[in-house]
Design a protein around this ligand. Structure first.
Ligand SMILES: *Cc1c(COP(=O)(O)O)cnc(C)c1O
Length: 393
């Protein structure tokens, strides 16, 4: 499948007011009006192109949001100060007390904690399913289900979601499909495959520099209007506004995303193919032995590969820790959480980014105590890196 997200992004011509090739950075929290009437209309959301106050919209955030919407092929987008802000604001906008959500049990740890611990306090019920089992998803649907939530490729087990089928199930039940595409920007196009709302942690691949935290919601204009509604919008009322200095730097990084994704994927595939010979359990969607390899192939934008994440099971937490320390000493990369960085990052998921998931649930979902998740970097010498990693095993 070729969705041409990069072409859509390039076709977008965004300039500053003096023809600056990079749009000027908004350095204002508030904006003047020539007439009181225009201000009133702007408050009511009736004036296009007017800015009111930076928590609502500001030009820098609008440029980045427009670029993301173009990339994702959605009508609109909204940027936030973190990925968690994007996820929580979107979910809270869709659900109220008495509603129900069906979610993949394997998700980012913070998302899991929000769904498991926080939402039930407000009487929003959540069912956790194995998202690769469509029968389980169907069985979990209830008359009050408002959302099916999943990640295109889940964290940290790298299960691939069947987005077209999940969208069908959601829509048959008058629910919406919300997909976190953080691991697979450009590779997967959830919105084109039927997802209603696509969320991102831009902290990861989209920005790619690990110098800031940011998020985005890509959806219909009706939905971003709801998010930004001055009376009822979560993005407006909970206030997770992204700073405009940051949004302008993320916009510039977004324009190299296609090159970076190709290199992350190329390096990860090379690593996966070589480490496969080590008789350890290895999870990478690009390997034919991955349970959803064919599904990934069917959904992906081929030129960007199978992504930069792979997981290697060292069996025990102790072995994982020793392996990671050795790799850091050998110069393979850094023992750190997060992903999508230009250097390789590795961490033991069960004891870090998924530590919010109780141990018995980790076991149930097949998350081993010694699972080391790699975010493979942009290394130009991946052949040498493989030799180093093998030396650490
Ligand atoms: C990091 C991450 C998040 C949370 O994003 P923040 O920017 O850290 O708030 C959500 N989903 C996934 C898949 C992530 O990797």
């Amino acid at each position: 499948m070729n969705h041409n997200p990069v072409k859509r992004l390039y076709r977008l011509k965004q300039f500053g007011e003096f023809g600056d090739v990079n749009p000027s950075i908004t350095d204002s929290s508030t904006f003047t009006f020539l007439k009181g009437e225009t201000m009133e209309e702007t408050f009511l959301g009736q004036t296009a192109g007017c800015f009111l106050y930076s928590r609502h919209w500001n030009p820098s955030n609008k440029y980045l949001a427009d670029a993301l919407a173009a990339m994702e092929s959605t009508e609109s987008a909204w940027v936030t100060a973190s990925g968690m802000a994007a996820i929580t604001c979107a979910l809270l906008q869709l659900c109220r007390s008495g509603d129900h959500i069906v979610t993949s049990v394997t998700t980012y740890g913070g998302t899991y904690a929000f769904l498991k611990n926080w939402l039930p306090r407000y009487n929003i019920e959540v069912s956790f399913v194995d998202i690769t089992r469509l029968d389980q998803v169907k069985a979990a649907m209830q008359p009050n289900t408002k959302v099916i939530y999943t990640e295109s490729v889940t964290n940290p087990l790298l299960q691939v979601s069947d987005i077209p089928e999940l969208a069908k199930i959601a829509h048959e039940h008058d629910a919406q499909l919300m997909v976190d595409n953080t691991f697979t920007p450009l590779i997967m196009a959830p919105a084109l495959n039927g997802a209603d709302i696509v969320v991102y942690s831009m902290t990861k691949f989209i920005n790619g520099k690990n110098d800031c935290v940011a998020g985005a919601v890509c959806a219909s204009k009706a939905f971003t209007d709801q998010l930004s509604d001055v009376n009822n919008g979560t993005a407006m009322l909970l206030g997770p506004v992204l700073d405009s200095l940051r949004s302008s730097s993320i916009l510039k990084n977004l324009h190299t995303l296609h090159l970076r994704m190709k290199q992350h994927s190329r390096n990860a595939l090379f690593l996966a193919e070589n480490l496969q010979k080590e008789k350890l359990k290895l999870i990478y969607p690009g390997l034919p032995n991955h349970p959803q390899h064919e599904l990934h192939k069917n959904l992906m934008n081929e030129e960007f590969g199978f992504g930069g994440l792979l997981a290697l099971d060292l069996k025990t937490h102790k072995k994982a820790n020793r392996f990671m320390r050795k790799m850091q000493d050998a110069g393979v990369g850094y023992l750190a959480v997060s992903l999508g960085y230009f250097k390789t990052l590795f961490s033991c998921s069960g004891h870090s980014t998924s530590s919010e998931v109780p141990l018995e649930i980790q076991k149930q979902m097949g998350l081993s105590d010694g699972l080391v998740r790699f975010s493979v970097g942009l290394d130009n010498n991946i052949e040498e890196i493989v030799v180093k990693i093998k030396g650490c095993l």
